[in-house]
Design a protein around this ligand. Structure first.
Ligand SMILES: [Zn+2]
Length: 382
């Protein structure tokens, strides 16, 4: 009994003696600097598998991370998200630390909004929801189809169905737009997200996207992109947020599309890298370079040489790790390389049209409910 009480007391003091807090990951801050800040031996990083080292390089500036620290300023636990799906979990175990990768736990809600445009689609969405990410996402979605500054009239309608994620009581990540409508001159422009993650108009025609060029010539793909959702118990599968092209050391690496260099330097795990931001908010990453031929802030053209293939930041053979991101979310580069117009198969189209009809109905309801108006006549649904 005495023993039990003792352990209970110990448990309570442990809980009360620890402080949890959350911070924003600052620009330029690295995982190794994080370890140093909390006096965690660097070998917990160096002992990681190569693919896990690469994953730590996926932490991006602006992400909110969580720490649990005891009275002696010792870090007990930390959670650092890499994206909406996976986070690094650091835990003190006896006198050492353990690092693993675990799924981000979140719940999501479906929201709908409708508004009549007064300033601009972007500004009106921000004014109504306070969500800059949502407004950006909306603008990106229509980027290649509509010129907002030219074609929209005051009082044109806009409606959105989207999913928002929440983690530990806060909104996080970028909202997923599932269906959207924006009028231009009173004419409706619908876009619907299909299960392949791409957007289509109400007839099932894919919208044109940024096409990427292969960044290395005559290279063999040695590892493909995979999101490999982590197994919650086994945790043995790792995602691979890019495509690896095996190529001889020194082979030219070329910009996959026009854009602006936003980073050129070293990042532990990825070695020497170049990051380029493109239209539509897309970003490409070129890692393990032996040489960098680009500068931060530089405008580059498709096919321009930005570096050379190497094996910096790793122990295995020379290759280019090529990553593609949208709002810090890794996407498969191969689905954006040299691809023709997106076409749905016959079966997909049937499924898509059914889905689009449901979304159209939800958009109609959003307009009726939020704008207190009749459904516009272009909704042929009843
Ligand atoms: Zn890779």
């Amino acid at each position: 009994m005495v023993k039990k009480v003792f352990f209970l007391m110990l448990f309570i003091t442990t809980c009360f003696g620890a402080t949890s807090s959350n911070q924003i990951w600052q620009k330029g801050f690295t995982f190794l600097q994080f370890l140093e800040t909390y006096k965690i031996p660097a070998n917990v990083y160096w002992d990681l598998y190569q693919e896990d080292k690469e994953l730590t390089a996926e932490i991006y500036a602006g992400v909110r991370y969580y720490t649990l620290i005891d009275d002696n300023n010792t870090l007990l636990q930390a959670l650092i998200p890499l994206n909406d799906e996976i986070q690094i979990h650091i835990a003190k175990e006896n006198e050492t630390y353990k690092i693993d990768f675990i799924p981000v736990k979140y719940f999501s809600t479906t929201n709908s909004i409708a508004l009549s445009i007064q300033k601009s689609p972007y500004q009106d969405i921000v004014d109504l929801t306070g969500d800059i990410n949502l407004a950006n996402e909306f603008v990106n979605t229509y980027k290649n189809t509509i010129n907002f500054s030219r074609n929209i009239l005051k009082d044109d309608k806009l409606a959105l169905i989207y999913h928002s994620k929440y983690r530990l009581g806060r909104a996080f990540g970028t909202p997923d737009i599932k269906a959207s409508l924006v009028e231009t001159n009173g004419i409706p422009n619908f876009l619907f997200a299909y299960s392949d993650g791409k957007y289509y108009d109400q007839n099932g025609n894919g919208i044109s996207r940024l096409l990427l060029q292969i960044p290395v010539q005559n290279a063999r793909i040695s590892s493909r992109f995979s999101l490999n959702r982590l197994h919650p118990i086994l945790k043995d599968k790792r995602p691979h947020y890019g495509v690896d092209y095996a190529a001889p050391h020194g082979t030219n690496v070329k910009a996959a599309a026009n854009g602006k260099v936003v980073f050129a330097g070293t990042k532990s795990g990825y070695g020497k890298i170049v990051e380029i931001i493109h239209e539509n908010g897309l970003k490409t990453l070129y890692a393990h370079l032996s040489k960098i031929n680009a500068k931060k802030g530089q405008q580059v053209k498709t096919g321009q040489i930005i570096g050379k293939v190497g094996k910096s930041g790793l122990s295995t053979g020379a290759h280019l790790h090529f990553g593609l991101y949208r709002n810090n979310k890794p996407i498969n580069p191969l689905s954006n390389i040299n691809s023709k117009k997106v076409v749905l198969t016959k079966e997909q189209k049937v499924e898509f049209l059914k889905l689009a009809k449901q979304y159209e109905e939800q958009l109609k309801i959003a307009i009726i409910d939020n704008l207190d108006s009749q459904a516009p006549s272009y909704f042929v649904l009843n």
